[in-house]
Design a protein around this ligand. Structure first.
Ligand code: BG6
Length: 515
């Protein structure tokens, strides 16, 4: 189902006609955000909604309802939205856009247990339909901890807000984490599917909304030169890195007990692995894309020796640039005896003809050397080097590096002759594609793309239950193993993780790339 109205039906005066990147416009609808005063909503969701409005991709009648416990008036809530939009929006703040958006902003005060509050929500939504013409189309964004999903879902069902009807849709957007293991993910899914039709559930993995992540598919399947070498004949191994320089300050309640692997590997990194390793989909329709991702996730094989092929760490005090920072156990709100890992690295193998014998190394951590996410496809050495051995001493392995963020682009590493001299000395050089230099437009934020896709009912960028379950099946045995180990190995903040992780690759005769 696609609910877009074309620009032929409605020409939005705010939209720049030269901007062709997201040419789809949502039809009449509204969004209700639960957990609207939280960090994610303030920094990402509200600014993304504003940016969509600013780019002319939301209908003029768009409604935005915040549901929260705080005893605020509607005007107070509007000030809150405005403040956060100004602080975090990507596109310039324009009074004209704000005035139009603000006219559709509503606030419902209440707790998730309060039936009356949900009746008020139901009346608010009905009022938006009547006065703003949202035509019964409403999305509910659960920006709340998973423990609150069941009660919110039930309340929405009880007040009749959860079911789509003839010509009007209802959709629910669920933020990660989808449980903390396979069993809890299944339980959660059961609750959600009792209330919402499976086709109206959109699970967010915001990495899939990133332009550079979608570019993996363009790079692989729009070009002739990569696919012939994208396999075990040429590839030595693949490294997928998601490093952050920030700690967990402010998110202790969520992070402690969850840790790096559940927070990042289970979702973002396994999705990156799937897109890097999957076969070409028949089309980019959701069902075709998901079929390939599911197939490759099903082919993941865990190492037999988890002690040798996984590593965990926890950051200790250190320096982040010129700032001295505390260790994880000294962070506010963290249990001083916590065994939660802030760094995780694992080796996975894929049982397919294309990837037999090619390890995929995944690593993520907080308080590392710098913020960088990249996928490095590292190639085997040329089978024969017709040079003197001293000439290729500094030649590494060829690599294609997809730079997901920051400095988005693609780098190729290969050997080139050092100019001058009489000998054929070869050294590594880089060839770069940079989004910033090649395109004049800046990329939309992941949440802009994903929220718009929900409003359009466009599902390819949302992981399915099956993918979520498969990801937990991969992670659960590792988590079980780690839970028997006690304290993770400490690493100094600002470094590249624990020694254990270096040893893990050294055992395979390899080393981590320094991004
Ligand atoms: C979230 C994690 O999913 O991704 C956070 O819960 C992490 O811990 C964040 O900081 C990173 O997102 P990005 O887009 O900045 O790489």
């Amino acid at each position: 189902m696609n609910d877009s109205i074309t620009s032929a039906e409605w020409v939005n005066p705010l939209r720049d006609p030269r901007d062709l990147r997201l040419p789809r416009i949502a039809g009449p609808c509204s969004i209700v955000i639960f957990g609207v005063t939280g960090d994610l909503s303030r920094k990402k969701l509200l600014p993304a909604i504003y940016d969509l409005a600013n780019r002319g991709l939301l209908p003029p009648s768009f409604g935005l309802t915040g549901f929260a416990r705080r005893d605020w008036t509607e005007d107070h809530f509007k000030d809150f939205v405005r403040e956060n939009v100004i602080a975090h929006c990507r596109t310039p703040f324009k009074e004209s856009t704000w005035t139009q958006l603000a006219a559709g902003i509503r606030f419902v005060q209440g707790t998730f247990e309060d039936k009356k509050a949900f009746e008020r929500l139901s009346n608010t939504v009905a009022e938006l339909d009547r006065d703003r013409g949202t035509r019964g189309n409403h999305a509910f964004y659960m920006s709340v901890p998973p423990r609150d999903f069941p009660i919110v879902a039930r309340q929405l069902a009880d007040c009749g807000l959860s079911r789509s009807s003839e010509g009007a849709w209802r959709r629910v957007i669920i933020e990660k984490p989808f449980g903390h293991d396979l069993a809890s993910a299944k339980a959660l899914d059961h609750v959600v599917s009792e209330v919402f039709d499976p086709s109206s559930v959109f699970r967010i993995d915001h990495y899939l909304g990133k332009e550079t992540v979608q570019n993996i598919l363009a790079l692989r399947f729009a070009n002739a030169m990569y696919e012939p070498i994208w396999n075990a004949n040429y590839v030595d191994h693949v490294q997928i890195t998601m490093a952050e320089d920030i700690g967990v300050a402010g998110r202790a309640g969520y992070y402690d007990g969850i840790g790096a692997a559940r927070d990042i590997i289970q979702n973002h990194l396994l999705q990156l692995l799937a897109l890097t390793a999957m076969e070409e989909p028949v089309s980019f329709a959701a069902s075709d894309l998901i079929a390939e991702k599911t197939k490759i996730l099903s082919a993941v094989r865990l190492p037999r020796d988890l002690a040798a092929h996984t590593a965990r760490g926890q950051y200790a005090a250190g320096w982040q640039g010129s700032h001295e920072v505390v260790g994880y156990l000294e962070e506010k709100g963290i249990d001083p005896s916590s065994t939660t890992e802030t760094y995780a690295a694992i080796r996975l193998d894929l049982d397919t003809r294309r990837w037999a014998g090619v390890p995929f190394y995944l690593r993520t951590g907080k308080r590392l050397g710098k913020r960088v996410t990249e996928i490095a496809v590292v190639f085997k050495r040329a089978p024969h080097l017709p040079f003197e051995s001293t000439a290729t001493r500094e030649l590494g392995k060829n690599a294609i590096v997809i730079r997901v963020q920051p400095d988005e682009g693609v780098t190729m590493r290969f050997g080139a002759k050092v100019p001058g001299g009489t000998s054929m000395e070869v050294r590594d050089v880089s060839m770069d594609f940079s989004y910033g230099r090649s395109f004049t437009e800046s990329s939309p934020e992941a949440y802009e793309r994903l929220i718009l896709d929900v409003l359009l009912g466009d599902p390819p960028l949302f992981p399915t239950t099956k993918e979520v379950d498969l990801s937990w099946e991969i992670l659960d045995p590792i988590e079980d193993f780690w839970s028997t180990l006690g304290q993770p190995q400490p690493y100094r903040a600002g470094t590249w993780g624990p020694e254990e992780a270096d040893e893990m690759l050294a055992r395979d005769g390899r080393h981590w790339r320094m991004p």
